[in-house]
Design a protein. Structure first.
Length: 66
């Protein structure tokens, strides 16, 4: 929840262009970045589909960074 009390919006795409992006998504899904990359290669950049492929809910609130 943001400081104004609203719920933050989940990202709309899983971008893996930069090392920081890979680190973000690995931390977000609490899985190695290689697994995130493999999931994106299989299902595309939709975070809900990536989460499903990784066996995680979407949004993944347990990540601690949403």
């Amino acid at each position: 929840m943001s400081m104004d009390g609203s719920t933050p919006e989940a990202p709309i795409t899983v971008s893996l262009k930069e090392p920081r992006d890979k680190a973000y998504w690995a931390r977000y899904f609490q899985t190695p970045s290689e697994e995130v990359e493999a999931a994106v290669a299989e299902v595309g950049h939709d975070p809900a589909k990536v989460a499903e492929r990784l066996g995680k809910p979407w949004p993944f609130e347990a990540s601690g960074i949403v």
